[in-house]
Design a protein around this ligand. Sequence first.
Ligand SMILES: Cc1cc2nc3c(=O)[nH]c(=O)nc-3n(C[C@H](O)[C@H](O)[C@H](O)COP(=O)(O)O)c2cc1C
Length: 159
Amino acid sequence: MDIFRFLCYYSYIINEITRNDMEVFIMENIEKVCRFLDEAQTYYLATVEGDQPRVRPFGTALIYDGRLYIQTGRVKPVSKQIAANPKVEICAFKDGKWLRVSGELVDDNNREVKVAMLEKIPALKSMYSVDDDNTQVLYFKNATAVFSSMTEAPETITF
Ligand SMILES: Cc1cc2nc3c(=O)[nH]c(=O)nc-3n(C[C@H](O)[C@H](O)[C@H](O)COP(=O)(O)O)c2cc1C
C-alpha cells in the first residue's frame, strides 16, 4: 500500500470512529432526557397560540429510531397549535432537578412508531388505537435540553 492509499484509509477509519462515537453520544443524551421524563412521570408541554402561551400536563415519551417522540390526539387544541407553530417547550421536575426541552415537533405518521408508543404506554389503548386517525406521534427536531438545579451548573445537550 502506498503512502497516499494508507492516509486515505487511515482518515476513513478515523472518520468512521468519530461518527460512531458522535452517534453513541447523541443516543446517550436522548436516552438521558427520555429517562428523566419517564421518571418524572409528568411534564408540562407549552405551545403558542398567536401571542398566547398554552401549557398542559403530558406524560408520553418514547425513543424510536434515535428520536424523542411524544403522543397526542389530532382532535386536541394542542395538536392544532403545534400544526400552526411547531415550536414548543417542555418542562419536567424530579428530585430537585428540572429539565427543559425546547425545539420543534415534527408530525410523523409512521405506523410503527404509533405501535411502539401504545406498547410502551398500554394505558393509551383505552383512548387511542394505531389506525384511529386521531393518534398522533411527533418527534423533536433541533432540540436543546437543559438540566438545571439550585445547586449545580446547568447541563445543556442538543439532539
Ligand atoms: C398526568 C397527565 C399526563 C397527560 N399526558 C398526555 C399526553 O402525553 N398526551 C396527551 O395528548 N394528553 C395528555 N394528557 C391530557 C392533556 O393534558 C389534556 O388533554 C389537555 O387538555 C391537552 O391540552 P389542550 O386542551 O390544550 O389540547 C395528560 C394529562 C395528565 C393529567
